[in-house]
Design a protein around this ligand. Structure first.
Ligand code: ATP
Ligand code: MG
Length: 465
């Protein structure tokens, strides 16, 4: 831990200039930077919470002495090592210093090797403290993210780690995933857990604006730039200065504006419509798409050069039906939160509700699930209904012979697992066999029993039979 000794600082406190000079010399030789002050007040003003070195102070100072300084430092940060300098043979003073919490003491006259050794140990200890604090902070942030981006599936764990990691960089991030999977939650988290969190988070969704307005919204305009532009308007890009610009549904960005947007990204400058000079903007770009961006390039809706600017990092959010039991956790969390919000009891799920939760494909993903939880909670007291009926609108079959026994539920579960696998692999039976680890004959039998065909499971990609 001593490799970077050079950028760590030792604060020298002594009211005798010649002593300071001597200490400076030995401590610098040991590879540290130094800051020198003559008294306790000045010393306190030089210490910040992220001070990464240690303090070396004479016990005898004008004003507050070294012991008093030690107490003042400890009351602010107990983990900041203070080394005190005592007179030769002043054993009682040395004992008192240690008792008061000094990290160590150095006796006059100085032994340079001893100084170097003590300072190095103290600074190493401080480095460890700082490392632990950073780690703890990261964990706390992670916990914060866990309650915003809920899910225990490996995919969500990985996604949260990636978000915390990439939030600390300025790289452009493209978030892809179906509707309702949490793209906006992620974009917001990339802002909130970044060094730009004090700056603005500015979102713009080209799909939600009339095409004619997108340009003025994005780039802004000067007064009189066009008919109706009676005053200057600051565009969204400019508004995102020192923060994060979130371009939602990037594939809907009008083609004619894409080169202009590209210029902003390449040169960090924006031109207001009707303006005469470019304005510098420093913003971090996050974009999202619920379509496959590569396909949008192929079909000519998205410029390839723009995509290359946007997707330095690509985060894919898997659909809910591929997150295993996350839907149960999400439903539980949402219904509990909503119940608290509405001041009513959170209803429990029946076995059939639970089975439905895990087998329904949730095309609207987390948004749809959240709506279902809300309706479930609100209906629970006045008009309790099975979740399936609430979500699909289908009345519960009144067929009294229909059993809700374990066998039926298992059957239903099996059917949906196979159906989802077929859909996920676009009807490629070989991939389904591999994923479910089934012999071909067994799969054929099960598909026949459940009335499943490859075609019905979605568009097929290969002609494999
Ligand atoms: N993992 C999650 N944990 C908790 N809430 C979530 C999670 N994912 C999404 N949500 C919630 O689900 C809803 C939809 O999320 P969001 O708006 O981020 O989706 P989206 O991917 O941007 O959808 P769209 O493509 O339709 O814009 C929001 O209410 C959001 O708070
Ligand atoms: Mg969205």
């Amino acid at each position: 831990m001593t490799e970077n000794a050079d950028d760590r600082t030792v604060l020298i406190v002594d009211d005798d200039p010649s002593m300071r000079a001597a200490l400076r010399q030995w401590i610098r030789l040991a590879g540290f930077a130094t800051v020198e002050v003559a008294g306790a007040d000045e010393a306190m003003s030089r210490l910040s919470p992220d001070f990464d070195g240690c303090v070396v102070s004479d016990v005898k100072l004008e004003g507050d002495d070294g012991l008093e300084l030690l107490r003042r430092i400890a009351s602010r940060d107990t983990d900041l090592p203070v080394v005190l300098i005592t007179g030769h043979g002043d054993v009682p003073m040395a004992v008192e210093a240690m008792r008061a919490g000094a990290y160590d003491f150095i006796e006059k006259p100085f032994d340079p090797d001893h100084i170097a050794e003590v300072v190095r140990r103290a600074a190493d200890k401080r480095a460890l403290v700082m490392e632990n604090r950073a780690l703890k902070k990261q964990l706390e942030e992670g916990a914060g993210l866990e309650s915003r981006l809920i899910g225990n599936s490996p995919a969500m764990e990985t996604l949260r780690q990636q978000i915390l990691h990439f939030a600390k960089t300025d790289a452009a991030v493209l978030i892809t995933g179906e509707t309702g999977t949490g793209k906006e939650v992620i974009a917001q988290a990339l802002h909130d857990f970044s060094l730009r969190s004090d700056g603005p988070f500015v979102a713009i969704n080209a799909a939600a604006l009339p095409e004619a307005m997108v340009e003025a919204e994005l780039f802004g305009h000067e007064a009189g730039a066009f008919t109706g532009a009676d005053r200057r308007h600051i565009g969204r890009i400019e508004a995102a200065h020192n923060g994060v610009l979130f371009l939602d549904e990037i594939v809907s960005m009008p083609l004619v504006l894409q080169p202009k947007l590209l210029r902003v990204l390449q040169e960090s400058k924006v031109d207001r419509i009707g303006g005469t000079k470019s304005i510098d903007v420093n913003t971090r770009l996050v974009s999202a798409s619920n379509l496959h961006p590569g396909e949008a390039v192929r079909s000519g809706r998205l410029r390839e050069d723009l995509l290359f600017r946007l997707n330095t990092i690509e985060l894919h959010v898997p659909p809910l039906r591929e997150r295993g039991r996350d839907c149960l956790l999400l439903f539980d969390t949402f219904s509990n939160r909503l119940a608290v919000q509405y001041g009513i009891g959170a209803p429990g799920l029946s076995v059939r509700d639970e089975a439905f939760l895990q087998t329904y494909p949730w095309p609207g993903n987390v948004r749809e699930l959240r709506n279902a939880a809300e309706r479930f909670v609100l209906n629970a007291e006045v008009n309790p209904q099975p979740l399936e009926a609430l979500v699909t609108g289908q009345r519960e079959p009144s067929d009294p012979t229909r059993s809700t026994g374990l066998k039926d539920l298992m059957d239903e579960y099996e059917r949906s697992l196979i159906e989802n696998a077929l859909r996920r692999h676009k009807g490629r039976v070989a991939d389904v066999l591999r994923e479910l680890n089934l012999p071909r004959r067994t799969l054929n039998e099960k598909m026949a029993r459940h009335g499943l065909t490859r075609e019905q499971a979605g568009p097929t990609e290969t002609s494999e039979t």
